[in-house]
Design a protein around this ligand. Structure first.
Ligand code: PGA
Length: 247
Protein backbone atom coordinates (compact mmCIF):
# COMPACT_ATOMS: atom_id res chain seq x y z
CA UNK A 1 0.00 0.00 0.00
CA UNK A 2 1.37 3.41 -0.95
CA UNK A 3 1.39 6.49 1.27
CA UNK A 4 0.35 10.01 0.28
CA UNK A 5 1.19 12.98 2.49
CA UNK A 6 -0.65 16.21 1.60
CA UNK A 7 1.38 19.17 2.86
CA UNK A 8 -0.90 22.19 2.74
CA UNK A 9 1.84 24.55 3.96
CA UNK A 10 0.49 28.09 4.52
CA UNK A 11 -1.91 27.87 1.62
CA UNK A 12 -5.30 27.13 3.20
CA UNK A 13 -7.36 28.70 5.96
CA UNK A 14 -9.32 26.78 8.57
CA UNK A 15 -12.58 26.60 6.59
CA UNK A 16 -10.78 25.60 3.41
CA UNK A 17 -8.81 22.92 5.25
CA UNK A 18 -11.97 21.49 6.78
CA UNK A 19 -13.72 21.45 3.40
CA UNK A 20 -10.77 19.74 1.74
CA UNK A 21 -10.50 17.15 4.53
CA UNK A 22 -14.23 16.41 4.13
CA UNK A 23 -13.74 16.13 0.37
CA UNK A 24 -10.92 13.63 0.83
CA UNK A 25 -13.03 11.45 3.14
CA UNK A 26 -15.86 11.54 0.59
CA UNK A 27 -13.49 10.72 -2.28
CA UNK A 28 -11.98 7.77 -0.44
CA UNK A 29 -15.40 6.15 -0.08
CA UNK A 30 -15.35 5.39 -3.80
CA UNK A 31 -11.99 3.60 -3.73
CA UNK A 32 -11.54 -0.15 -3.38
CA UNK A 33 -8.04 0.07 -1.96
CA UNK A 34 -7.38 3.06 0.19
CA UNK A 35 -3.75 4.17 0.46
CA UNK A 36 -2.33 5.60 3.68
CA UNK A 37 -3.24 9.28 3.58
CA UNK A 38 -1.85 12.01 5.84
CA UNK A 39 -3.17 15.57 5.73
CA UNK A 40 -0.94 18.35 7.08
CA UNK A 41 -2.94 21.55 7.69
CA UNK A 42 -1.73 24.86 9.05
CA UNK A 43 -1.56 24.93 12.90
CA UNK A 44 -4.83 26.81 13.58
CA UNK A 45 -6.73 24.26 11.45
CA UNK A 46 -5.46 21.20 13.34
CA UNK A 47 -8.32 21.16 15.85
CA UNK A 48 -11.13 21.36 13.30
CA UNK A 49 -9.50 19.05 10.74
CA UNK A 50 -8.85 16.60 13.58
CA UNK A 51 -12.58 16.60 14.37
CA UNK A 52 -13.44 15.94 10.72
CA UNK A 53 -11.00 13.06 10.43
CA UNK A 54 -12.04 11.62 13.79
CA UNK A 55 -11.50 7.90 13.76
CA UNK A 56 -11.30 7.65 9.96
CA UNK A 57 -8.26 6.04 8.45
CA UNK A 58 -6.94 9.38 7.21
CA UNK A 59 -4.36 10.70 9.61
CA UNK A 60 -3.43 14.23 10.46
CA UNK A 61 0.14 15.49 10.45
CA UNK A 62 1.54 18.70 11.90
CA UNK A 63 3.85 20.60 9.55
CA UNK A 64 6.53 21.00 12.22
CA UNK A 65 7.09 21.04 15.99
CA UNK A 66 9.54 22.95 18.15
CA UNK A 67 12.71 21.19 19.30
CA UNK A 68 11.86 21.66 22.98
CA UNK A 69 8.76 20.25 24.65
CA UNK A 70 7.90 23.43 26.56
CA UNK A 71 9.43 26.70 27.61
CA UNK A 72 9.62 30.36 26.70
CA UNK A 73 9.41 29.98 22.91
CA UNK A 74 7.16 32.68 21.54
CA UNK A 75 5.31 31.63 18.42
CA UNK A 76 6.39 28.00 18.53
CA UNK A 77 4.24 24.87 18.95
CA UNK A 78 5.09 21.86 21.08
CA UNK A 79 4.89 18.19 20.07
CA UNK A 80 2.71 17.74 23.15
CA UNK A 81 0.15 20.21 21.84
CA UNK A 82 -0.06 18.89 18.28
CA UNK A 83 -0.59 15.47 19.79
CA UNK A 84 -3.25 16.85 22.11
CA UNK A 85 -5.27 18.25 19.20
CA UNK A 86 -5.23 15.00 17.27
CA UNK A 87 -2.12 14.94 15.06
CA UNK A 88 -0.86 11.40 14.61
CA UNK A 89 2.34 12.42 12.91
CA UNK A 90 4.64 15.32 12.17
CA UNK A 91 6.74 16.53 9.26
CA UNK A 92 10.28 17.18 10.49
CA UNK A 93 13.15 18.87 8.65
CA UNK A 94 11.16 20.16 5.70
CA UNK A 95 13.36 22.32 3.50
CA UNK A 96 11.25 25.38 4.43
CA UNK A 97 12.18 24.83 8.08
CA UNK A 98 15.83 24.10 7.31
CA UNK A 99 15.93 27.29 5.20
CA UNK A 100 14.54 29.15 8.23
CA UNK A 101 17.59 28.00 10.21
CA UNK A 102 16.62 24.65 11.73
CA UNK A 103 19.83 22.67 12.31
CA UNK A 104 20.50 18.93 12.15
CA UNK A 105 20.80 18.94 15.95
CA UNK A 106 17.36 20.51 16.30
CA UNK A 107 15.98 18.01 13.78
CA UNK A 108 17.37 15.22 15.99
CA UNK A 109 15.72 16.77 19.09
CA UNK A 110 12.40 17.03 17.27
CA UNK A 111 12.61 13.37 16.30
CA UNK A 112 13.26 12.38 19.90
CA UNK A 113 10.24 14.45 21.02
CA UNK A 114 8.01 12.94 18.32
CA UNK A 115 9.04 9.46 19.50
CA UNK A 116 8.34 10.42 23.09
CA UNK A 117 4.87 11.73 22.17
CA UNK A 118 4.02 8.72 20.02
CA UNK A 119 3.84 10.69 16.78
CA UNK A 120 4.72 9.08 13.45
CA UNK A 121 7.62 10.87 11.78
CA UNK A 122 7.91 12.17 8.23
CA UNK A 123 11.55 13.22 8.00
CA UNK A 124 12.49 15.29 4.94
CA UNK A 125 15.94 15.19 3.38
CA UNK A 126 17.24 16.47 0.08
CA UNK A 127 19.95 18.41 -1.69
CA UNK A 128 19.97 21.98 -2.96
CA UNK A 129 20.51 22.83 -6.63
CA UNK A 130 24.13 23.77 -5.87
CA UNK A 131 24.80 20.45 -4.11
CA UNK A 132 23.28 18.58 -7.00
CA UNK A 133 25.47 20.50 -9.48
CA UNK A 134 28.49 19.62 -7.36
CA UNK A 135 27.56 15.92 -7.35
CA UNK A 136 26.99 15.99 -3.60
CA UNK A 137 23.45 14.62 -3.44
CA UNK A 138 24.26 11.38 -1.66
CA UNK A 139 26.65 13.09 0.75
CA UNK A 140 24.06 15.68 1.74
CA UNK A 141 21.35 13.06 2.24
CA UNK A 142 23.77 10.90 4.24
CA UNK A 143 24.69 13.78 6.55
CA UNK A 144 21.06 14.80 7.06
CA UNK A 145 20.02 11.23 7.88
CA UNK A 146 22.89 10.67 10.28
CA UNK A 147 22.41 14.09 11.87
CA UNK A 148 18.74 13.35 12.43
CA UNK A 149 18.79 9.70 13.44
CA UNK A 150 22.19 8.62 14.79
CA UNK A 151 21.45 9.76 18.34
CA UNK A 152 17.85 8.51 18.67
CA UNK A 153 16.33 5.09 19.08
CA UNK A 154 13.23 4.63 16.98
CA UNK A 155 10.97 2.11 18.69
CA UNK A 156 8.90 -0.35 16.67
CA UNK A 157 5.76 1.50 17.65
CA UNK A 158 6.89 4.67 15.83
CA UNK A 159 6.30 4.70 12.11
CA UNK A 160 9.19 6.40 10.36
CA UNK A 161 8.89 7.80 6.85
CA UNK A 162 11.76 9.45 5.03
CA UNK A 163 10.72 11.85 2.28
CA UNK A 164 13.45 12.46 -0.26
CA UNK A 165 12.72 15.98 -1.47
CA UNK A 166 15.36 17.65 -3.61
CA UNK A 167 15.12 21.32 -2.66
CA UNK A 168 15.37 22.38 -6.30
CA UNK A 169 12.28 20.30 -7.12
CA UNK A 170 10.01 21.75 -4.43
CA UNK A 171 7.36 24.01 -5.93
CA UNK A 172 9.36 24.53 -9.11
CA UNK A 173 7.70 22.23 -11.64
CA UNK A 174 11.05 20.43 -12.00
CA UNK A 175 11.70 16.91 -10.80
CA UNK A 176 14.44 14.29 -10.95
CA UNK A 177 14.24 11.23 -13.18
CA UNK A 178 12.84 8.13 -11.57
CA UNK A 179 16.31 6.57 -11.95
CA UNK A 180 17.86 9.35 -9.89
CA UNK A 181 15.11 8.96 -7.28
CA UNK A 182 15.64 5.18 -7.19
CA UNK A 183 19.41 5.68 -6.67
CA UNK A 184 18.89 8.07 -3.77
CA UNK A 185 16.19 5.85 -2.25
CA UNK A 186 18.56 2.87 -2.42
CA UNK A 187 21.27 4.92 -0.69
CA UNK A 188 18.77 6.01 1.98
CA UNK A 189 17.85 2.38 2.67
CA UNK A 190 21.55 1.44 2.93
CA UNK A 191 22.20 4.26 5.36
CA UNK A 192 19.20 3.32 7.48
CA UNK A 193 20.48 -0.25 7.62
CA UNK A 194 23.85 1.12 8.80
CA UNK A 195 21.98 2.96 11.54
CA UNK A 196 20.17 -0.27 12.35
CA UNK A 197 16.78 1.21 11.52
CA UNK A 198 14.33 -0.99 9.69
CA UNK A 199 10.66 -0.83 8.72
CA UNK A 200 10.93 2.57 7.09
CA UNK A 201 8.86 3.96 4.24
CA UNK A 202 10.78 6.03 1.71
CA UNK A 203 8.70 8.66 -0.08
CA UNK A 204 9.46 11.07 -2.89
CA UNK A 205 8.47 14.76 -2.77
CA UNK A 206 8.96 17.73 -5.08
CA UNK A 207 6.55 18.86 -7.83
CA UNK A 208 4.47 15.69 -7.74
CA UNK A 209 1.36 16.20 -9.90
CA UNK A 210 -1.44 13.99 -11.20
CA UNK A 211 0.55 13.81 -14.45
CA UNK A 212 3.81 12.45 -13.02
CA UNK A 213 2.46 10.63 -9.94
CA UNK A 214 2.22 7.27 -11.66
CA UNK A 215 5.84 7.38 -12.77
CA UNK A 216 7.04 7.88 -9.20
CA UNK A 217 4.50 5.78 -7.33
CA UNK A 218 4.69 2.76 -9.62
CA UNK A 219 8.42 2.35 -8.96
CA UNK A 220 9.19 -0.34 -6.41
CA UNK A 221 11.66 1.89 -4.53
CA UNK A 222 9.02 4.57 -3.91
CA UNK A 223 6.64 3.85 -1.02
CA UNK A 224 4.66 7.03 -1.51
CA UNK A 225 4.70 10.76 -2.17
CA UNK A 226 4.77 14.00 -0.22
CA UNK A 227 2.66 16.44 -2.22
CA UNK A 228 2.56 20.21 -1.75
CA UNK A 229 1.05 22.40 -4.48
CA UNK A 230 -1.04 19.63 -6.06
CA UNK A 231 -2.58 18.73 -2.70
CA UNK A 232 -4.50 21.92 -1.96
CA UNK A 233 -7.33 21.31 -4.40
CA UNK A 234 -9.55 18.28 -4.24
CA UNK A 235 -9.38 17.20 -7.91
CA UNK A 236 -5.58 16.84 -8.29
CA UNK A 237 -5.21 15.48 -4.77
CA UNK A 238 -7.83 12.78 -5.37
CA UNK A 239 -6.25 11.93 -8.74
CA UNK A 240 -2.94 11.30 -7.00
CA UNK A 241 -4.61 9.29 -4.23
CA UNK A 242 -6.49 7.29 -6.85
CA UNK A 243 -3.24 6.56 -8.70
CA UNK A 244 -1.75 5.34 -5.42
CA UNK A 245 -4.78 3.19 -4.71
CA UNK A 246 -4.42 1.35 -8.01
CA UNK A 247 -0.82 0.27 -7.34
P1 PGA B 1 5.50 20.67 -4.01
O1 PGA B 1 5.93 20.65 -2.49
O2 PGA B 1 4.72 19.40 -4.28
O3 PGA B 1 4.67 21.90 -4.16
O4 PGA B 1 6.76 20.71 -4.83
C1 PGA B 1 6.43 19.49 -1.90
C2 PGA B 1 6.86 19.77 -0.49
O5 PGA B 1 7.43 20.83 -0.21
O6 PGA B 1 6.63 18.99 0.40
Amino acid sequence: MKTIVANWKMRLGVRESVALARGVLRGLRGLDDVPNVYLAPTFPALVEVGKVLGRSRVRMAAQTIHHELDGPYTGEVSAKVVKEVGAKSVIIGHSSRRAAGVTDGEVANKIALAVEQGLDIILCVGESAASKEAGETLGVVHDQLHGALASVTIPRSTKLMIAYEPVWAIGTGKWPTIHDVADVHAAIRDQLAELDISDVLVLYGGSVTPENAYEFLSHSSVDGALVGGASVRIAPLMEIIQTASEL
